[in-house]
Design a binder for this molecule. Sequence first.
Ligand SMILES: [Ca+2]
Ligand SMILES: [Ca+2]
Length: 174
Amino acid sequence: MARVNPTCYRPHTTRTGIGTTITSRISRTAATAILLAGTMLGMVPSAMAQTPDFGDDSSEWARDGECDDMRFIGPGMASVLNDEDRGHDATDCRVAFEQKRVTMRSEALQQRVVEARRIAWGDDEGAFANDGECDDMRFEGEAMTTTVLRVEDVQHDASDCRNAYQDGLIALRQ
Ligand SMILES: [Ca+2]
Ligand SMILES: [Ca+2]
């Protein structure tokens, strides 16, 4: 029997107030100088203030076309994220950020990435793997499939469920 999934899972996008923090720490004169410099370079001051520190390209996953830095979130992200790649996938994340395929992840959702490593996700061998919905009955939440959950899909929908968990869209059932 074919399953029809009427809803599409979309990752949350979040923004943090980096610009506010930066401008509150420097004097008005310095801020004006930076804004003038930005204008001379043809940059929009508000966009400049929101640009994160991308770090360097020392991750083993640097320059593979996916952002592996867990400080970001969005469709341009790799599905498996590791703490040690934080700040070390600059080129991929900068490109994805500029293309608006990633934004900054909130502190709470960064914690979700850390917690996700303690869960046995299994593999993507299930019949409903990689369809954008979590089909593992150990979880509950808005990114779960709306169709019947099956025992045989437990630990066989790893990418869908891990992504949803890291984005705060599902949680383990109590
Ligand atoms: Ca990468
Ligand atoms: Ca799935």
